[in-house]
Design a protein around this ligand. Structure first.
Ligand code: SPV
Ligand code: MG
Length: 274
């Protein structure tokens, strides 16, 4: 982000997805709590533990040369859990974590349920704790507000994000589940640029990244399109094989084994043995 250009991030749940995001030239990978929990067929509802989310994020980071931005939900509890989380993620070589201001346990923002927020001062304390816990200078803490998800309005979202920035957040993430970008534009118009703003245009996919950049967004996360593409591709492929009684019909539309060998770096490994 140092050159002032928009950073585009793709969501993933494992090393393979992270690597394909890098191959496509995304600049970082979002270790999505929605994707990681979905990959276990579990709800994105603070069901998995920190250790499990960390293992997924660390596996991604080991496989790629671009940063992993880990979605760490609420920080897995209270302030001491946040401090422990920061130390563990930092030690695993993760570049950034994103902590959201919902009450633990949280449920995915798109679920039709309550999305209660921590009182503002309590979440500021979480951010301060996270920043105090990090050991190196380069670790990055993103503060995410769910004020718009909780229908509290743009003024509340701005008040919270200004407070989170003052608490030491390196960036703020403003999430919305409206079908248009209206409230995000309103937020960006009210933001003075004191730290970068991250957006997640899942429900307003028509908003082009270039336009978001013009309005002042610094980072755009395509949080779950990879997972959803995988679900659809597997359904189509498995369905066709059974319907046709042969896999011939899918051969032209799926990656060859040699492609998978390349992703596994098989040649490098064989050379190691030699
Ligand atoms: C995720 O990808 O897990 C996110 C984004 O937190 S969302 O699912 O939109 O809440
Ligand atoms: Mg999440």
């Amino acid at each position: 982000m140092a050159n002032g250009r928009l950073v585009r991030i793709a969501g993933a749940h494992d090393a393979l997805g992270a690597k394909l995001a890098q191959e496509a030239s995304f600049q970082a990978v979002w270790a999505s709590s929605f994707e990681v929990s979905a990959s276990r067929c579990l709800p994105d509802a603070s069901v998995l533990t920190m250790t499990e989310y960390l293992a997924a994020a660390a596996a991604m980071q080991k496989a790629i040369d671009i940063p992993v931005v880990a979605d760490v939900d609420t920080g897995y509890g209270n302030n001491l859990n946040v401090a422990h989380m920061v130390r563990e993620y930092e030690a695993a070589g993760i570049t950034a974590v994103c902590i959201e201001d919902k009450v633990y346990p949280k449920v995915n923002s798109f679920a039709e349920t309550a999305h209660d927020l921590l009182p503002l001062p309590d979440f500021v304390r979480k951010i301060e704790t996270a920043k105090a816990a990090q050991r190196g200078e380069d670790f990055y803490v993103i503060a995410r507000t769910e004020a718009l998800i909780n229908k509290l309005g743009v003024a509340e979202a701005l008040e919270r994000c200004y407070a989170y920035a003052e608490g030491g957040a390196d960036a703020v993430l403003i999430h919305s589940k409206r079908r248009d970008q209206g409230e995000i534009v309103e937020f960006l118009n009210g933001w003075d640029g004191r730290c970068p703003v991250v957006i997640v245009p899942t429900t307003y996919p028509q908003w082009a990244a270039a336009d978001a950049e013009k309005h002042g967004a610094s980072v755009v996360i395509y949080a779950n399109q990879g997972l959803r593409a995988t679900v659809q591709a597997l359904r189509d492929t498995f369905g066709t094989i059974l319907a046709d009684g042969t896999s011939l019909g899918v051969e032209d539309g799926i990656a060859p084994i040699s492609d998978v060998f390349a992703l596994q770096k098989l040649d490098d490994w064989m050379a190691l043995e030699a």
